[in-house]
Design a protein around this ligand. Sequence first.
Ligand code: SF4
Length: 372
Amino acid sequence: MRLSLDSQIEEWNKGAGIGYKGDQMDTAVRENLKGLPLDELEGRMLALGHPSFRAKQLFRWLYKERENDFSKMTDLSKSFRADLMAHFCLPTIKVIEEQKSVDGTIKFLVQLPDGEKVESVYIPSDGRYTLCVSTQVGCKMACTFCATGYQKFTRDLKSWEIVEQLMGIKVPYPVTNIVMMGMGEPFDNYDEVIKALKLFQDPMGLKVGKRHITVSTVGLNPKIQEFADANLGRLAISLHGTTDEQRSEIMPINRKYPLADLMDICRKLKFKGQGRVTFEYILFDGFNDSLEDAHRLAKWVSDFRCKINLLAYNENSFSKLKRPSEQRVLAFQNILLGHNITTTYRRSRGRDIAAACGQLKTEVANSSLRQL
Ligand code: SF4
């Protein structure tokens, strides 16, 4: 018996998500259409015998309307929708835990189709609504101040899984800014991150301007100029130390790419337009927050255009590092300002929730273990 189109749609939708293996799923090996740029989408449509303009219609449904169900793409013909359902799928992510801070910050634990989990954080501030997204499950960089650094690296996220954190998480106000500062090192998953950045910015889809996107790296030197050349977002580099000894102690990557090499690359960086690098500097009490550190930091960056963002560490159970007093942070900032270096002090957000990167995932995993 032949099923009606609506019954077919229902059957296919029931199957969506079964047997997910990265990009493809289920026994009919329906390909995941999410994450494909428009030209690749056009190729898929042509291969199926449909005109290339269908790809534009589909792209709009996926990224403008954020529709996950082919059957609801009502301006597409029924036969085209049936073809789509027969060959392709649209997987999604699921929020499984949510923590809200009194300051409006919301931390989400998100489950990917293969059961892996990552975190995303929504941060409202002064009329801006920023979403901090993850780029990997776990991280290889093993920074000692970061909860993710203690988690096993499992896999890279696909571009669609990065973008889906914006499309699939319900937040109180539409996101205006994106930062790639969640779990994972973006430059260690460079190709998928670049694809995701292009999708975030596509004028036919999500339309987030590159000036509203920041990618944060610990400093994987070979990728830094390449990223500036791609001109797809602002560059932030996590510094957190002013000597090799200090930085290597908390960021093992510094043993591979010592400070002098990293700063040399930053000094010679060529941006398209008015770009400049931002250095993130987390202050840890009695570790990297002395006045000598402030002068040393000023010396490293004195001969090129940059900005420094200071943050005071959020103390937590996995690290012995401590938060400095407000007074110490302000004294540090004053020295940098005295050297004419643009310096901002970003007050921590979400301090009353598990806001450190990777902390919520660790807490949820621990509480599940405790229940066993
Ligand atoms: S700070 Fe970033 S790079 Fe370092 S371990 Fe955490 S997620 Fe990885």
